[in-house]
Design a protein around this ligand. Structure first.
Ligand SMILES: Cc1cc2nc3c(=O)[nH]c(=O)nc-3n(C[C@H](O)[C@H](O)[C@H](O)COP(=O)(O)OP(=O)(O)OC[C@H]3O[C@@H](n4cnc5c(N)ncnc54)[C@H](O)[C@@H]3O)c2cc1C
Length: 240
């Protein structure tokens, strides 16, 4: 992909503004660089739209406001280095707010936590008790994972997707405030879309798990489905 994109690949350059002009879509990066493209696919989570200036993107205000109301989960993960090879009876502990599971060689306990819990040490305590492991408080030494690919850690580490400015939530879901809107579908040029995420003026497309036409929003499958469909739609537009 990098070979194909050549100078059009911008790493660590968040988009700050999207503007639909007469025949192009103009995007501006945080550093101020501005580029115009025939087609743009916005794949950022809807939770982050509030950090992008979309006022000139051609999205109806009411629609934009609904997009921004999509509910996002508050999940986070905590990885604790532990020797779990002595586990006999149980290999997982489920509480009302967390699930624990382990890597294949049983040296890392992974806590998958589903809400914003103030005292993570309590979850560790419950897990240790349930697994018959000696008392310990590794969570007292928790580090926040760095924004760095292929980083290695020897200390307990966590990442919270709701505190990550590029996700602001773990994944989208149906909520009491927005449910019916997420199910509405429409067709443009023979391609099906979630009505909320129809393409804008045939140039600005949306992808990402929140834009899927599948029922399983919030999953990898949903993200892939939406990306493939956006690619098909663009190819169709080019070849018509
Ligand atoms: C803890 C956790 C567990 C999960 N478990 C599962 C599971 O078991 N099975 C499953 O199918 N799914 C699971 N998911 C969900 C799955 O990871 C997501 O549905 C999927 O990654 C969504 O893909 P996406 O491309 O829509 O969004 P993302 O992967 O979030 O990609 C969006 C990208 O947009 C970028 N971005 C944001 N703002 C800007 C900006 N202004 N400019 C430029 N780029 C920007 C972000 O940096 C990010 O790279 C899990 C998610 C979490 C958080």
């Amino acid at each position: 992909m990098a070979d194909t994109l050549k100078d059009n690949l911008y790493v660590n350059e968040p988009i700050e503004k999207i503007k639909n002009t007469q025949d192009k879509v103009n995007i501006t990066f945080k550093e101020g660089i501005s580029k115009s493209y025939d087609f743009v696919v916005l794949t950022a989570p809807a939770s982050t739209y509030k950090n992008i200036d979309l006022s000139g993107a051609g999205i109806e205000q009411e629609k934009l406001s609904l997009m921004q109301q999509i509910g996002y989960g508050q999940n986070y993960k905590v990885a604790l280095p532990m020797d779990l090879s002595t586990l006999k009876d149980y290999t997982s502990i489920i509480t009302d707010s967390s699930v624990s599971f382990f890597n294949h060689d049983e040296t890392i306990a992974l806590l998958y936590i589903s809400s914003n819990i103030k005292n993570i040490s309590n979850i560790e305590k419950i897990c240790r008790k349930g697994l018959n492991l000696p008392y310990g408080n590794l969570c007292a030494k928790l580090e926040i994972a760095k924004n760095q690919l292929y980083e290695t850690y020897t200390t307990p580490v966590m990442h919270s997707w709701m505190d990550d400015i590029y996700t602001l939530g773990s994944y989208s879901g149906y909520s009491t405030t927005l449910s019916e809107e997420l199910d509405k579908k429409s067709y443009q040029g023979g391609i099906e879309y979630k009505k909320l995420f129809e393409p804008i003026q045939g140039k600005l497309f949306f992808a990402g798990e929140h834009t899927t036409i599948l029922d399983c929003i919030g999953t990898m499958e949903a993200a892939v489905e939406s990306g493939e469909r956006a690619a098909k739609a663009i190819l169709k537009t080019i070849h018509q």
